[in-house]
Design a protein around this ligand. Structure first.
Ligand SMILES: Cc1cc2nc3c(=O)[nH]c(=O)nc-3n(C[C@H](O)[C@H](O)[C@H](O)COP(=O)(O)O)c2cc1C
Length: 203
């Protein structure tokens, strides 16, 4: 259980072929296809604890979680529908609301940077992104598929307020969790050589 690995006795990093296999094959789920079962309340507690075990410069914990019940998401999606009409592609914007309502379990990660702190806001926001990724890994570790998405309603103040986002905060992502009938499709992966360079001698 996650509790057991949260203690003080830190084992050295043991090479793990299983972990490498998981990291090499991990991929996101299409949120609209996520179905029950999702994590139980007890599993979600553990997933959140694992997700929050994330580097953050200054120990500010500049993020928070909102667990969005299916009922809350259905109600918010209804309230968002009129706002979808003002999006550049209203039909698509309305359709994407399915991604919000379909999954059995959804956690909203909100970035809550401390402005004016010596730790730059950018670093605090990066930490919120790392939390999102960690939550996906943690959900996978409990045997669930996961999806990290934002969508248009993350960038509309009126819409974000419906999820409880306050002034100065931003949505880092909705982490949807559940089960897929079929494995998610693979997508193109980067050309590592094109993205990687070596700086061997200083300037
Ligand atoms: C910050 C962030 C925001 C995203 N927002 C959306 C979104 O609005 N709609 C969407 O379909 N996918 C969104 N995605 C998911 C990606 O489009 C894609 O599903 C994912 O990166 C697949 O990569 P993976 O299989 O390696 O996990 C988002 C991903 C990230 C990291």
């Amino acid at each position: 259980m996650a509790d057991e690995i949260l203690g003080d006795a830190l084992p050295p990093p043991v090479p793990s072929q299983e972990m490498r296999r998981r990291l090499a094959s991990r991929r996101s789920a299409p949120a609209q296809s996520l179905a029950a079962p999702g994590p139980s309340d007890a599993e979600l507690d553990q997933i959140l604890r694992l997700g929050a075990r994330t580097p953050d410069h200054g120990k500010l914990f500049p993020w928070r979680f909102v667990i969005l019940s299916p009922e809350a998401r259905a109600r918010i999606a209804e309230a968002l529908t009129p706002l979808a009409a003002h999006q550049p592609d209203p039909g698509k914007a309305a359709k994407t609301l399915m991604k919000l309502t379909a999954p059995p379990v959804t956690v909203l990660v909100i970035s809550t940077p401390v402005v004016g702190h010596k730790v730059p806001v950018w670093e605090q926001q990066l930490s919120a992104g790392a939390v999102c990724m960690n939550l996906e890994h943690a959900a996978n570790a409990f045997g669930y598929h996961a999806s990290w998405i934002t969508d248009w309603y993350s960038y509309e103040a009126e819409a974000a307020a419906m999820f409880g986002v306050r002034d100065g905060e931003r949505i880092a992502g909705f982490i949807h969790m559940g089960t897929l009938e079929e494995a998610p499709l693979e997508r193109p992966r980067p050309d590592m050589a094109a993205l990687t360079s070596h700086l061997d001698q200083g300037i």
